[in-house]
Design a protein around this ligand. Structure first.
Ligand SMILES: Cc1cc2nc3c(=O)[nH]c(=O)nc-3n(C[C@H](O)[C@H](O)[C@H](O)COP(=O)(O)O)c2cc1C
Length: 356
């Protein structure tokens, strides 16, 4: 048990976090006009900071106007209007003594082309997930195999979006390399069958992530954080292990650990689950080969589960529990009896009903 540390400060680079709890990134699909979220969705983030979440992640912000968007109503961070919408939100989070991190993503082959202004879906290889898109009930369209021009264009989208986040005052930026979206499509041989220098060996499949991290770091001032999210699962075909073996996953974590990033966020459905046929969970397998601070999530719902998760990680993130309970952090501190939330309960995230 790790009972001392959950509510003790944690030094994340130059930021002293007031505790080890954060709001996991959560897409809300509320940005109908101008690619900015609804006011109540922004207020929701501030309310979690007020309740003492030490880190508040934004929903996944899409990185370009061509092919990055995966769901209707996602937000962007490249126009002055978008930046000015987020500025007061970031300030309010900071006034509560918390830090704000913008997560950004490109959905790659998970695109639903109709939601992208350029009506296009791209990926490392012209391969679709096996399952249908649950939102359309239809197969995902076969993505265009990305050209070198596409690769540069996408990297530029990450850089421009990071610049937007810096202008909006965010303390940090997260590159979403998890959940079967574009970056993890490159990392995993399940979706990457390229024969050029971006496919084949682990080093080659890693090249795209490396180029994004390097380019984004140049746009993020030294005093701000850059984090990377990773998972062994994707939202489509969730039963598939993206890395297949502990060795391959650890090879990628080793490569990430050489990058100018400040933390790794490991996303699981269940932080206790043993991974890759071993007796270890994902956080421990990550920690074994990395000195980076580690964030973990997945079925952390009360004080006991949060403390247990800290045995192998430095920071715990909550999605469903913190989504559905604005007082979750303080309830955890008080050791209240809290229940595990079901996935269906979280669907309220996508409705117009304001969440407290
Ligand atoms: C409504 C909702 C939206 C989500 N959107 C994102 C997202 O935009 N980016 C991301 O990395 N993960 C996203 N996730 C995954 C969560 O961050 C987290 O990894 C997952 O829900 C497991 O944590 P939990 O058991 O605390 O819910 C989302 C989860 C939910 C419930």
């Amino acid at each position: 048990m790790n009972s001392v540390s959950l509510f003790s400060p944690f030094q994340l680079k130059n930021f002293t976090l007031k505790n080890r709890i954060g709001v996991a990134p959560m897409t809300r699909m509320s940005s109908i006009r101008d690619s900015v979220p609804r006011k109540d969705v922004l207020d929701f983030l501030v309310r979690r900071a007020e309740n003492n979440a030490a880190i508040v992640f934004t929903e996944a912000i899409v990185t370009d106007y061509e092919s990055a968007q995966g769901y209707p109503g996602q937000a962007r961070m490249t126009t002055q209007r978008q930046i000015e919408t987020w500025q007061p939100v970031v300030q309010a989070i900071q006034q509560h003594g918390s830090i704000a991190i913008m997560q950004m993503f490109h959905c790659g082959r998970m695109a639903w082309p109709e939601v992208n202004p350029a009506n296009r879906s791209i990926g490392p290889s012209p391969l679709t997930p096996e399952q249908d898109n649950p939102l359309t009930g239809k197969p995902y369209p076969v993505p265009d195999e990305m050209s070198l021009f596409d690769i540069k264009h996408v990297i530029n989208g990450f850089v421009e979006t990071a610049r937007g986040a810096v202008a909006a005052g965010f303390d940090g930026i997260e590159i979403h390399g998890a959940h079967g979206y574009l970056i993890s499509q490159y990392l995993s041989s399940y979706s990457n069958q390229r024969t050029d220098s971006y496919g084949g060996s682990v080093e080659n499949r890693y090249r795209f992530a490396h180029e994004i991290i390097q380019a984004v770091r140049l746009a993020v001032p030294e005093g701000r954080l850059l984090t990377f999210r990773i998972s062994d699962w994707g939202v489509a075909d969730p039963e598939v292990s993206l890395y297949g073996s502990k060795e391959e996953y650890q090879q990628i974590v080793r490569l990430l650990s050489r990058e100018p990033i400040d933390a790794l966020s490991v996303s699981t459905y269940d932080f206790t689950q043993k991974a890759f046929g071993t007796e270890q969970n994902m956080a421990r397998i990550t920690r074994e080969v990395s000195d980076l601070p580690i964030m973990i999530c997945g079925r952390i719902f009360d004080r006991a589960s949060a403390e247990a998760a800290l045995n192998d990680a430095d920071i715990v993130l909550s999605a469903k529990s913190i989504l559905l309970n604005p007082d979750w952090v303080e309830d955890v501190r008080a050791g209240k009896s809290l229940r595990l939330r079901k996935s269906e309960e979280a669907n309220i995230a996508y409705t117009e009903t304001p969440l407290p």
